[in-house]
Design a protein around this ligand. Structure first.
Ligand SMILES: [Zn+2]
Length: 444
């Protein structure tokens, strides 16, 4: 496939990405049509691989309240990381942020202030429970869920796909019916609970999907204190969907708390056909990372390995090519569209290899999960530029690769007349040349 057609396809993908916040079925169908129009088989070009940004793999929660996110919803009671069992009291409340309240100073209120006399921050929208009335008090001791202070009849959504139950009891609560409880069994060990609903609009045994309205918030079982008690249990043990952000180890030891709000970072897989390389050749690797999370930055470690493909040799580490990549949500930057960004990286083969057919693969490590991308399917995302077969990125020959060279390059952008800015001499001035230029910045 001609290089130019390929980049046309890429541009169309980027347009597609702008309108898609998540890799949905519709998105994939659009991608498939797009690539088919260029004679590319979508399946071999691109697959979506959840990298497992938490130890829970690709399980994550949608937020259960309309018009809110985990970051801006008003929290009136936190999950207490100091509790031994749900609703047991030990005189301390610790939020997922590590903020701690240990001075119980208001009679009739199960809330705790802190020695510095300052307000609690939590998610920045912490209100404190109605009974305490302010964010100077952390509430409340042994609380196994998160309370969101929202007005009556706010739509409540299922946090993930599952089956609906109206339990009379659930672990830690013996009188669930008194709170108009909805339980959703996500059938992977996780269950979510929604309490105090003014009404429920689903029925027991019903299969529902993430984001489906299950009822409306209220004060059922807590007269006058309108809020949604949202609780997540894993194998019958409460967990904090915010995870643990405090300094040091999580004091809650019953099970691991992981942030379940963030959709998993997914790598839109780029794979490579065997290629010919020599030691020192420049490999340009470009890949796309889908980062739908509203959370700002994630670090991903890239590691490289190389092997002969014929005869097939063992994978050899190429550790000097390891890198930490900062992945930001797509915000309309140069190579970002919607929530997905393209990343470019140059690698130089470090192994003492001889000319021949090679495979390369990259490991993408995101927190706890490794995902190798092998060079087995598509050549389109790896370019090999042999040593000496490219022009210097110092286009004006002044000894530096700088803005002057960039200006020259941009002047020739897309030109097919093989101008000096076509650094890799493939007939086009394009992002591959930019990638080479950036790798030589100030040092041709
Ligand atoms: Zn509660």
């Amino acid at each position: 496939m001609a290089e130019k057609s390929y980049w046309k396809a890429i541009r169309r993908v980027r347009v597609s990405l702008v309108t898609n916040n998540r890799v949905s079925k519709g998105y994939r169908a659009g991608m498939r049509r797009c690539f088919a129009s260029y004679g590319l088989a979508f399946a071999t070009f691109l697959t979506v691989v959840p990298s497992g940004r938490t130890s829970e793999g690709d399980f994550y929660l949608g937020f259960p309240l309309s018009n809110y996110t985990p970051d801006n919803a008003p929290i009136s009671s936190v999950f207490d990381h100091s509790m031994n069992t749900q609703y047991s009291k030990n005189g301390t409340v610790i939020a997922y942020t590590g903020e701690s309240g240990d001075q119980h100073s208001i009679t009739g209120c199960d809330c705790y202030n802190k020695s510095d006399g300052l307000r609690f921050v939590v998610n920045g929208n912490y209100t404190g429970a109605v009974s305490c009335g302010s964010a100077y008090y952390l509430c409340y001791d042994g609380h196994p869920g998160v309370d969101y202070a929202v007005v009556n009849n706010t739509p409540v959504y299922s946090a993930s796909d599952g089956v609906v139950y109206f339990p009379s009891t659930f672990p830690g609560v013996s009188n669930a019916q008194q709170y108009h409880t909805v339980e959703i069994d996500h059938q992977n060990g996780y269950r979510t609970y929604y309490l105090h609903l003014s009404s429920r609009v689903v029925s027991e045994g019903q299969n529902i999907i993430q984001g489906q309205v299950i009822g409306y918030s209220g004060d059922y079982g807590s007269p006058g204190a309108y809020h949604l008690h949202f609780e997540v249990q894993k194998n019958g043990v409460p967990v904090d969907p915010y995870g643990w952000e405090g300094i040091g180890a999580d004091p809650y030891t019953r099970t691991a708390n992981v942030n379940l709000w963030n959709p998993p970072l997914s790598i839109v897989n780029i794979a490579f056909a065997p290629f010919t390389a020599n030691q020192g050749d420049l490999l340009i690797f470009y890949y796309m990372i889908n980062n739908p999370t509203p959370y700002p930055v994630q670090n991903v470690r890239l590691g490289a390995q190389i092997r002969t493909s014929s005869p097939q040799g063992p994978w050899m580490d190429d550790p000097e090519n390891d890198a930490v990549v900062t992945v930001t949500p797509g915000t309309g930057g140069t190579y970002c569209g919607g929530t997905t960004c393209w990343y470019f990286r140059n690698f130089k083969t470090q192994q003492a290899i001889t000319t021949g057919q090679y495979d390369v693969r990259f490991v993408i490590v995101d927190n706890t999960t490794e995902q190798w991308f092998d060079s087995v399917e598509s050549p389109y995302h790896l370019t090999v530029i042999p040593t000496g077969a490219r022009k210097t990125a110092d286009l004006n020959g002044d000894g530096y690769v700088n803005m002057v060279d960039a200006a020259i390059m941009m002047h020739y952008w897309g030109d097919t007349s093989k101008p000096p800015a076509d650094i890799n001499q493939d007939g086009y001035v394009n992002v591959q040349d930019v990638s080479i230029m950036m790798s030589n910045w100030y040092n041709p």
